[in-house]
Design a binder for this molecule. Structure first.
Ligand code: FES
Length: 122
């Protein structure tokens, strides 16, 4: 009986964001989904979704360059793994101190449903 009054667990809804066919191949495409921008990159059958902000100094990642499942920020040349967001290359030495510090690039796992690229957002 008490279960009847228990709050139902509500999972985060999948947010339908963009038809897969509207994303061009091999182009960093910035898209507004809800009230948040994301950068989507499609290469043949693979799709990556990342934050548009570089974790180093906030540069626009849609201006970066993708190569071998990594993205290079156009501003200072930091290289991040597109799958994990981990920084792989920081082209400035220890002499740059705190300025050179960065975090992980935010990456999101998209799912494809009915030919739509969907994100499960918190
Ligand atoms: S802002 Fe992206 S590497 Fe510095």
């Amino acid at each position: 009986m008490r279960d009847r009054y228990r709050k139902k667990e509500v999972s985060n809804p999948l947010i339908r964001c963009i038809p897969k066919d509207e994303v061009k191949n091999n182009v960093l495409q910035k898209e507004l989904i809800g009230n948040t921008f994301f950068v989507i990159y499609k290469s043949d059958s693979r799709i990556w979704v990342i934050s548009p902000c570089c974790p180093h100094k906030g540069a626009d990642m849609s201006k970066g360059k993708v190569e071998n499942e990594t993205i290079t920020c156009y501003m200072h040349g930091y290289v991040y793994d597109l799958n994990t967001g981990v920084p792989l290359k920081i082209p400035y030495g220890e002499a740059y101190g705190k300025w050179r510090e960065t975090g992980n690039l935010e990456v999101y796992k998209p799912t494809i449903r009915d030919n739509q690229i969907c994100l499960d957002l918190p």
